[in-house]
Each structure stands twice: as structure tokens, then as C-alpha cells.
Design a protein around this ligand. Structure first.
Ligand SMILES: [Ca+2]
Ligand SMILES: [Ca+2]
Ligand SMILES: [Ca+2]
Ligand SMILES: [Ca+2]
Length: 189
């Protein structure tokens, strides 16, 4: 699988489906946490027992299953270049609760997807691949987009809220008073 196909796969993921429970507030989902997402420096396999899988039969591992005292992590190399692009965190039943992806293949996470009971509920995206997560998307239990929160100036607080109904944008809110809450609204259509 070449880069083209990984991008196709990832754009499918981006367009893909998910419920929303998070309370509306000024802070983006990943602020604070976002800094810890640069996986090249802080994901070590030391202390984990690792088993490998070779999915494309080129005699090189492309999937790693790590376990340590009841914890599990799955690492995947989707484009078979030897470097991990996707980190998955299953619960004790094997259901993925969180998935991290490196979209531009620089070993830094750009997209995090959160699942509840196997259904996607939230996506957090670093649009400039800097590791700074400026867009958070919320979904209902069926994969329909409910709301997008955007941090336009990259200071870690939301500036623009886009509200959706039946997957269609119906309202936009802005924070003009800098208190982390929308105060000015524009109804669309
Ligand atoms: Ca392989
Ligand atoms: Ca790779
Ligand atoms: Ca990246
Ligand atoms: Ca902001």
C-alpha cells in the first residue's frame, strides 16, 4: 500500500461516521493533552510484551500488539514503510476506545478518534500537522455530525462553533467576548 492509498483510507476515516456527550465549553477537547501526542518521543515499547503480525507477507512486521499488566495497545503500519502510523487503544474486551493517526507520516499524531462502545463520538484534528489540535468534531450515536468546534487562532480555546442538524450546518456561533463561550450567532439557511 502506497501513500496514496493510506491517504484514501484516512480520508475515508475523516469523512466517516459516530454520539456526543461532551459539554460545550471553551476548551478544545485536546488542549493540554494535545502536547502529549507527539508519539515519536514518548511512546516506548520498553516493558511491554510485543507480538507482531505481517499482513502483507513481506517478512516485515506491520502490526504490533503490545500488552502490559492488562493494558493493550495495537500499533499499525498502514503503508508498510516500517513506521507506525496508527495507534489503537482497546479496552479489556478488545473494543477500541481511542485511535491515533499520523496522517502526513512524520511520526507525529494529527488525528485522534474517540469511540464509545465501538461507535465514533469525537474526532480531534491538527489541520496543519503541527500537533496543535484546532478542530474537534462531535457525532451522535449513529455517525451524524452534531457540532464542530474550531480554535482559529490556535491559543487552545474555541472561537467558532458550527452546529449541525441532520448532517447539515444550521448555525454558527462566535466568541467575541473572549470568555470561551459563543455569544454571537448566525442562523444558516
Ligand atoms: Ca509486512
Ligand atoms: Ca508507516
Ligand atoms: Ca503527522
Ligand atoms: Ca482560540
Amino acid at each position: 500500500m502506497k501513500i496514496v492509498s493510506i491517504l484514501t483510507f484516512l480520508s475515508m476515516v475523516l469523512l466517516g461516521c459516530g454520539s456526543e456527550t461532551r459539554e460545550e465549553k471553551g476548551k478544545l477537547g485536546l488542549s493540554g493533552e494535545g502536547k502529549a501526542r507527539a508519539r515519536n518521543s514518548n511512546i516506548s515499547r520498553a516493558g511491554w510484551s510485543v507480538s507482531t503480525v505481517d499482513l502483507n507477507k513481506d517478512d516485515k512486521p506491520d502490526q504490533w500488539i503490545l500488552s502490559k499488566s492488562g493494558q493493550k495497545r495495537i500499533e499499525r503500519d498502514l503503508n508498510f514503510d516500517g513506521k507506525v502510523d496508527v495507534w489503537q487503544y482497546p479496552d479489556k474486551n478488545g473494543v477500541i476506545g481511542e485511535e491515533e493517526m499520523d496522517l502526513d507520516l512524520d511520526q507525529r499524531v494529527d488525528l485522534v478518534i474517540f469511540y464509545e462502545k465501538g461507535v465514533m463520538v469525537r474526532k480531534e484534528l491538527s489541520t496543519d500537522f503541527s500537533g496543535l489540535f484546532t478542530i474537534v468534531k462531535f457525532y451522535d450515536g449513529k455517525g451524524v455530525l452534531l457540532r464542530v468546534e474550531r480554535d482559529e487562532d490556535g491559543d487552545g480555546t474555541v472561537d467558532i462553533w458550527d452546529y449541525y442538524e441532520s448532517g447539515r450546518a444550521v448555525r454558527t456561533g462566535w466568541d467575541t467576548t473572549d470568555d470561551g463561550k459563543p455569544d454571537t450567532f448566525d442562523n444558516l439557511g
